[in-house]
Design a protein around this ligand. Structure first.
Ligand SMILES: O=P(O)(O)OC[C@H]1O[C@@H](O)[C@H](O)[C@@H](O)[C@@H]1O
Ligand SMILES: [Mg+2]
Length: 224
């Protein structure tokens, strides 16, 4: 038996919007007098908009200064900047190897779903010209933020599969935790230092391919 579905994160896996999120948050943080760097940014990856802002404010010791309504206004400002960046995106912004990988998965009859925390996900997939590969885009407004497993559970359910029949692909620590807790099989894009020692990893999306996923699946299931 092999896996039947693949549940994809978007930002940092399919396209490098992780960088745009960072730049937009950094601009806002600078205005608030809070200095964030790329190392701190790892804690924002995969996490939803309000929780990201809360983490930035807490990092600057200013969380108590802003109530939910003020945070909402700040998050809207950030999203305006971010929206300007994504409006410039084209199919050239798809990360290396991803189109070939999606083609391979489709040809092998795998079902594909998007399990992104981003409310901008449908617009980004459109700009990248990739919407038609995905049967389901799980709605993040119906799910608790990663590391809760909800968005992956929703994505698997949308495909009509059990999470145990799926592989989840993520670039964030929060997302890997969500995949594990959903009981799907995680594959990380990134370093063991950021994502953990005990999961299958690639250091570049160019290394994602069907054969690699089949191998990871067989290894995980032969250990049982
Ligand atoms: O603000 P958006 O587009 O709804 O995105 C929410 C989150 O989506 C995740 O995919 C990103 O990794 C986070 O950095 C981001 O905060
Ligand atoms: Mg991501």
């Amino acid at each position: 038996m092999s896996f039947k579905g693949v549940l994809f994160d978007l930002d940092g896996v399919i396209t490098d919007t992780a960088e745009f999120h960072y730049l937009a948050w950094k601009e806002l943080a600078d205005k608030l007098g809070i200095s964030i760097d790329r190392e701190f940014n790892e804690q924002l990856k995969g996490v939803d908009r309000d929780e990201s802002l809360r983490r930035i404010l807490a990092f600057g010791g200013k969380l108590e200064e802003y109530d939910a309504e003020q945070r909402q206004a700040l998050a809207t400002d950030k999203n305006k900047e971010y929206s300007k960046m994504i409006a410039q995106m084209t199919p050239d912004n798809v990360l290396p190897g991803i189109v070939t990988f999606l083609e391979q998965l489709k040809a092998a009859g795998k079902k594909l779903a998007l399990a992104s925390a981003s409310k901008n996900a449908p617009a980004i997939l459109e700009r990248l010209g990739l919407s038609h590969y995905f049967e389901v885009i799980a709605n993040p407004t119906l799910a608790k933020s990663k590391p809760a497993p909800d968005i992956f559970l929703l994505a698997a359910q949308g495909l009509g599969l059990e999470p145990q029949e799926c592989i989840g692909i993520e670039d964030s620590a929060a997302g890997i935790q969500a995949i594990i807790d959903a009981q799907a099989l995680p594959v990380g894009v990134g370093s063991a230092q950021n994502l953990g020692e005990n999961i299958a990893l690639v250091d570049s999306t160019a290394k994602l391919n069907l054969q690699f996923l089949e191998q990871v699946w067989q290894e995980a299931h032969s250990q049982k």
